[in-house]
Design a protein around this ligand. Structure first.
Ligand code: COA
Length: 122
C-alpha cells in the first residue's frame, strides 16, 4: 500500500446574487466595513460578492459554528490572480480545533451570480 494522501476534513459552497448583494451593501453602509478587510474593500462588486461567498463557504466547511468574525477570514490574491484564504483569530482557532492545516478556495462570478468553494485539509 502507498503512503496516505491528503485528508479532506471539510468542504463548503455558497452562491450570492451579485445585484442583490450590492443593494444590501448600499442599504447598510456599515456592512462593507464589517464583512471585508480594507484590502478586500477595494474590489469591484462581483469580486466582493465572491469573497462574501468564500467566507460563507468557509463557515459551512467548519460546520457553521457560532462566533466566527468575518474579518478573521480574508481572501488574498497571489501575483498571478489565484485566491487564497488567510485566517486569524476566531477562524484560526476553529481551524486548529478541527485539525485543519491547509485551506483551499476557488471563486467564480458570471451571469449575475458569484460563488465559492472551500476545501479544508488536515
Ligand atoms: C449556516 C449558514 C452558512 C447557512 O447559510 P444560508 O445562506 O442561510 O444558506 P444557504 O442557502 O447558502 O445554504 C443552505 C445549506 O447550508 C447547509 N448547512 C446548514 N447548516 C449547516 C452547518 N451547520 N454546517 C454546514 N452546512 C450547513 C445545509 O445543507 C443547507 O441546505 P439544506 O437546508 O437544503 O440542507 C449561515 O446561516 C451561517 O451560519 N453563516 C455563517 C456566518 C459566519 O460565520 N460568518 C463568518 C464567516 S468567516
Amino acid at each position: 500500500m502507498g503512503a496516505a494522501g491528503p485528508v479532506i476534513v471539510g468542504v463548503g459552497i455558497d452562491v450570492v446574487d451579485v445585484e442583490r448583494f450590492g443593494a444590501t451593501l448600499d442599504r447598510t453602509p456599515r456592512l462593507r466595513e464589517r464583512l471585508f478587510t480594507p484590502a478586500e474593500r477595494t474590489r469591484q462588486l462581483a469580486s466582493l460578492a465572491a469573497r462574501f461567498a468564500a467566507k460563507e463557504a468557509l463557515a459551512k466547511a467548519l460546520g457553521a459554528p457560532s462566533g466566527l468574525q468575518w474579518q478573521d477570514a480574508e481572501v488574498m490574491t497571489a501575483a498571478d490572480g489565484r485566491p487564497w484564504l488567510a485566517v486569524r483569530g476566531t477562524v484560526a482557532e476553529r481551524c486548529t480545533a478541527q485539525g485543519v492545516a491547509t485551506l483551499h478556495v476557488s471563486l467564480s462570478h458570471d451571469a449575475g451570480i458569484a460563488s465559492a468553494v472551500v476545501v479544508l485539509e488536515a
